[in-house]
Write a protein that binds this ligand. Structure first.
Ligand code: CTP
Length: 434
């Protein structure tokens, strides 16, 4: 029986996107096994190309078994198949996770001293790098210059996450979670390289999740928001080059790659975090579901029921501040503010008419409208929205993944930043202001 070679022929009827997963030599190489599983289980044909150092951490049999393809780090295996050229040429996407400081340096300077760097030179598809290293190495001017050079060429370089590193130390340098890298990879495949870096240099703040308003030390008033849409927005902005601050209210989702996170609980905490982060932001997105009311009093101790069956306590509520309205009122020149609205139509007006009125009332630049007449979207993987622009535009986004919705919102933000408020004047009179 003929041995399978490194670049064995892919069946012509195999329509799966072809991904090369490069793995360089860092301890986070073990997390690339999970990334590989996610990519194969979501319908990608994945070839793993480790560096020699990566094989010190995770052996070739693991990569071969998980990918279903033979694995080599060398340009000297199966030379007749010219794998150092073919793998890159045939790929629809190259992902390197973890990308060490050494790998970034070799990629930035066009070295081709192993199979992975050969792949990086021959690939003409989008390239996604997920760095992982110690904080000092990440912050070193040499590494930062290499990252800037790679980004200037259209390579997507995720910012590493902050947190516990290999030893006892903590700081920026952790590999983003495999789910987050997979999400960035999938969006890059879906969108091609067209929007790579189109939000570079922008500072954006995104709120996500749902606030919880305590009644006592163990109980709260909350809502069903999962935070998925806000996390998708943060991940897409980071993948497009923005510097992202995610203010997350009570979420349990894996963090998107390359975002800084502030965790909050209540509407008042969300307000404080958003107002602070919006100070120097170019774009502010309020995707969180904020409780409009909170209990007037929070009991210091757990509220106990009494033996009296007629004892039915009444909870008095007070209004929470409208954070979006405050953000709009305090916005700095040129800042784009995006609101979300879950709307239903009624006998007086349809969903979009209500939404246009809310857009005008709230004074934000864009309003992402969910029609929730037919059910709820909380916790779902898909969403259908209309993105309304204060200039009068309306972009319908048919039922799509929340990641695709996120990209549509950023497209609208990009358009808004490019055209500015000039369009608004032209639209005066078109907008149904009540
Ligand atoms: N929002 C906010 N602060 C609040 C309530 C809502 O910043 N206290 C933001 C949400 O994050 C969202 C937008 O306002 O971006 C619209 O929320 P929605 O609940 O639809 O608006 P409301 O003004 O509460 O209108 P409605 O009376 O229809 O509930």
């Amino acid at each position: 029986m003929a041995a399978t070679t490194l670049s064995d022929t892919i069946p012509t009827d195999d329509a799966r996107p072809r991904v090369v997963l490069g793995v360089s030599g860092g301890i986070a190489a073990y997390k690339a096994c999970t990334l590989l599983r996610i990519l194969t289980e979501t319908g990608h044909d994945v070839r793993v190309v480790p560096t020699r150092a990566a094989l010190e951490f995770v052996g070739a049999p693991t990569w071969a078994a998980l990918s279903g393809h033979p694995v080599s780090a060398s340009t000297w295996d199966d030379v007749h198949e010219v794998p150092h050229v073919r793998l890159g040429q045939r790929a629809d996407l190259v992902v390197v996770a973890p990308a060490t400081a050494d790998l970034l340096a070799r990629a930035a300077h066009g070295l081709a001293d192993d199979l992975l760097t050969n792949v990086l030179l021959t690939a003409r598809c989008p390239v996604l790098l997920a760095p992982a290293m110690h904080t000092e190495m990440w912050q070193h001017p040499a590494t930062q210059a290499n990252v800037a050079l790679l980004r200037s060429r259209g390579v997507v370089v995720l910012d590493p996450a902050s947190g516990r590193l290999t030893g006892a130390d903590t700081g920026p340098g952790r590999l983003p979670e495999p789910e987050a890298i997979a999400a960035a990879a999938v969006r890059l495949l879906a969108r091609g390289g067209a929007d790579v870096g189109d939000l570079a240099g922008l500072r954006v703040v995104v709120s996500a999740g749902g606030t919880r308003e305590p009644l006592d030390p163990v109980r709260y008033l909350g809502n069903r928001s999962s935070g998925k849409q806000g996390f998708a927005l943060a991940g897409a902005a980071a993948a497009r080059g923005a510097h992202v601050r995610l203010v997350a209210a009570n979420t349990v989702l894996p963090l998107p790659g390359g975002v800084e996170v502030t965790a909050v609980g209540t509407a008042l905490e969300l307000r404080t975090a958003m107002l602070a982060a919006a100070g120097d932001a170019d774009v502010v997105v309020m995707a969180a579901a904020v409780a409009d009311f909170r209990p007037a009093q929070v009991a210091e101790h757990k509220i106990k029921k009494t033996d009296d069956p007629d004892d039915t306590p009444v909870v008095r509520l007070v209004r929470n501040p409208d954070i979006l309205a405050e953000l709009v009122a305090g916005r700095r020149p040129g800042q784009v503010v995006v609101g979300f609205a879950a709307e239903t139509g009624d006998e007086s007006a349809d969903v979009l008419t209500h939404a246009r009125r809310k857009l005008a009332r709230k004074g934000c630049d864009l309003l992402v409208v969910n029609d929730v007449s037919g059910g709820q979207v909380f916790g779902q993987e898909h969403n259908a929205v209309t993105v309304l622009d204060a200039a009068g535009g309306a972009v319908p986004v048919p039922l799509s993944t929340k990641e695709a919705v996120a990209d549509a919102v950023w497209d609208a933000v990009r358009h808004r930043l490019d055209t500015g408020a000039a369009d608004d004047d032209a639209a005066d009179g078109d907008v149904d202001v009540m």
